[in-house]
Design a binder for this molecule. Structure first.
Ligand SMILES: C/C=C/C(=O)SCCNC(=O)CCNC(=O)[C@H](O)C(C)(C)COP(=O)(O)OP(=O)(O)OC[C@H]1O[C@@H](n2cnc3c(N)ncnc32)[C@H](O)[C@@H]1OP(=O)(O)O
Length: 273
């Protein structure tokens, strides 16, 4: 039995699988979805046996986005046409909490792979773009749908997607709210790889996770940290930052192990120390 209401977390060290698990509602993200992601990714961050996480959807798709009916009850401010200042102030706090529910994927120091099949809409795409790597099945469809539903996408996708696909494609997706298929998503580099079906994309994620987990965890996690830090900085800022991170993770036992294993012609065993 999963300890979470919306997600199912299965740890198969060194990989943690985080499933969006509300298949009868196309994994529409209801109130528990927005509360449970933070403790899940904090736990993955601190679990020494886990080196990589994969997010995937149970059932027919990755996610049909925010639970339109379920979240309206949680945020009565959305329906309050006579909004006074205090109402907006409380809405601001709730939006910020929802942003954190997506950003926690980026804050997690372990790399996170999104393995996508079927619909990946609105909040589903918001979540996928906070992941380090996206791969998908041939049946995947993507939609930055918020504008079509009357929202400005406010939980991070407008900040993150231009860095992945560039400003031109980001603006096309945001303004038109059009649905694109897997081929188009790959062409704009939104996904790294297309697999024939859902089973194949999960296998692909497993292999990718294993390749990442084979490397010294400190070096991988420091790479994520430096890539996150560098996303909006100049090369010069990035170089100063990486020098400091690098000085903090070397020397390590894993570095010695890599050198020893190379000279002894054997596979290294990395421990994260
Ligand atoms: C900050 C974030 C903002 C956003 O995320 S904005 C985007 C919000 N999402 C949407 O606008 C998408 C809404 N859903 C759909 O358009 C359709 O679904 C799909 C195209 C994804 C799939 O269509 P089909 O295959 O015909 O399935 P079905 O019968 O519509 O859905 C199955 C059950 O899932 C529920 N459901 C689907 N999406 C949502 C949703 N986003 N919020 C709440 N419920 C949803 C339905 O109602 C239904 O339920 P029942 O079987 O009880 O009738």
């Amino acid at each position: 039995m999963s300890q979470y209401e919306f997600y199912e977390v299965i740890k198969k060290p060194p990989v943690a699988w985080v499933y969006l698990n509300r298949p009868d509602k196309k994994n529409a993200m209801n109130p528990p979805a927005w509360k449970e992601s933070i403790p899940i990714f904090e736990d993955i961050d601190k679990d020494p046996d886990i080196r990589v996480a994969v997010i995937a959807g149970r059932g027919p798709c990755f996610s049909a986005g925010i639970d339109l009916m379920g979240m309206a009850g949680e945020m009565p401010e959305l329906m309050d046409s006579d909004q006074k200042g205090g109402v907006k102030w409380s809405l601001l706090k709730k939006i910020s909490a929802m942003q954190d529910a997506i950003s926690c994927i980026e804050w997690c120091r372990k790399p996170v792979i999104a393995a996508i099949h079927g619909h990946c809409i609105g909040a589903g795409l918001d979540m996928a773009t906070a992941c380090d790597i996206r791969i998908c099945a041939a049946d995947a469809v993507f939609c930055l749908k918020e504008a079509a539903v009357g929202f400005v996408a406010d939980v991070g996708v407008l900040q993150r997607i231009p860095r992945i696909v560039g400003q031109g494609f980001a603006r096309e997706l945001a303004y038109t709210a059009k649905t694109i298929d897997a081929q188009k998503a790959a062409q704009m580099l939104l996904v790294n790889e297309i697999y024939p079906d859902a089973a194949a994309v999960m296998e692909g994620a497993e292999k990718l996770a294993a390749q990442i987990a084979d490397n010294p965890p400190l070096a991988v996690q420091a790479s994520k940290d430096v890539l996150n830090h560098g996303a909006e900085k100049s090369v010069e800022d990035g170089l100063k930052y990486v020098a400091s991170v690098s000085a903090n993770i070397i020397p390590s036992k894993d570095l010695m192990e890599a050198i020893a294993a190379f000279s002894e012609k054997r596979k290294p065993v990395f421990t994260g120390e």
